[in-house]
Design a protein. Structure first.
Length: 137
């Protein structure tokens, strides 16, 4: 009976385990900051609040900045590639020299596609990738 209760408790708490483990790791890493600031701040409630704010700022600010930059870059890349019509010019860019290995590889890949419109596939791939980055950011 005791084993069944422990098993049920595990299944109930299983969705929360990643958050609990992450919290335990952050608490372990933030404890030295808490100890150093405890010499300056005597109120433990305010000290805990201050330590939490500092940790959130240390983690959140760089994360938000990086996500913002990545989404801007993805959007600007998509608009630049769309404006320059990379799909139509792709074979011209890659196949400057008809005997080059890259030109032969691209032409054989384009020949294996159901439609030989490499422009469509390239534009669709670029759109999906940049859309995924922007949506998830």
């Amino acid at each position: 009976m005791f084993l069944a209760i422990i098993l049920l408790a595990f299944f109930i708490t299983r969705p929360f385990l990643p958050a609990l483990l992450t919290g335990a790791i952050i608490a372990y890493l933030a404890y030295p900051l808490y100890k150093k600031t405890s010499a300056y701040v005597k109120n433990k409630n305010f000290l805990s609040f201050l330590a939490a704010v500092i940790i959130i700022l240390i983690v959140a600010v760089p994360f938000i900045l990086v996500i913002g930059l990545v989404s801007k870059e993805a959007y600007s890349t998509y608009t630049t590639l769309s404006q320059h019509n990379l799909g139509a010019n792709f074979l011209k860019i890659v196949c400057k020299d008809e005997n080059s290995l890259s030109c032969k590889a691209v032409k054989s890949f384009a020949g294996s596609l159901p439609e030989e419109d490499i422009d469509y596939y390239l534009q669709a791939t670029i759109k999906k990738i940049t859309g995924f980055i922007i949506d998830n950011a």
